[in-house]
Design a protein around this ligand. Sequence first.
Ligand code: AP5
Length: 217
Amino acid sequence: MRLVLLGPPGAGKGTLAAFLNKELNIPHVSTGDILREEMKNNTPLGQEVKKYVESGGLVPDEVVIKLIENKFSSDSAIDKGYMLDGFPRTEVQAKNLDAILNNLNKQVDYAVYLNASLPVVIERLTGRRICRNCSAIFHMKNNPPKEEGICNECGGEVYQRPDDNEETIKTRMDVYLENTKPVIDYYEAQEKLKKVDADKDSQEVQENLMKIFNGGR
Ligand code: AP5
């Protein structure tokens, strides 16, 4: 299956991607994860994007489009499907993605829209913790690591993302409303949009999505 996961910061895109990866074995491609890896390794790209990522702004379109183009032309794992998380985030990215995928004959099947409200998103992101090593996602209230600060999956260090503070979350939400809402309309016009109420707990979100896939709603 070839999916695009859409929704505001903290809607649960990464959490859903981890579930679908286990359930359906679909490779997960997250531009946020790729950019954070570049920043961690202090590469020239990491240095270039740091100011955008940490302030909650968008990295320039041409940078992320190139990144996705390289990934899709070089990674054979994508032959069995993909889940794009955090891309496309602007209409320009969506149009460029279609051009890249048309060339490869790997067009998107569905765009899954996780619709979550601002108070829910703030509560989720301020409580979120992530493994520095394997990117497993935790929440201090809903899903805390068994041992404080240690990842259940790999034993890595669990940390809080620097952009997960209330002020930057609000900036990310504003950026989302202005730039990414048109992407939802873009996929709706293509009749590929599948909407899920993402204020619900993770299990309900996952069950509702599987029902949509099974029933083709
Ligand atoms: P990115 O990493 O993509 O961040 P984001 O879109 O802000 O999304 P998040 O990762 O914050 O949230 P999520 O929806 O994955 O939520 P999660 O599952 O973790 O991007 C970061 C930055 O990189 C951007 O700001 C930008 O600067 C740059 N960037 C990336 N892509 C770009 C692009 N294409 N163009 C330009 N710039 C780009 O869940 C959150 C928390 O809630 C977790 O703690 C989880 O346990 C919990 N949770 C999840 N679902 C539920 C649920 N249903 N019920 C209860 N708790 C839940």
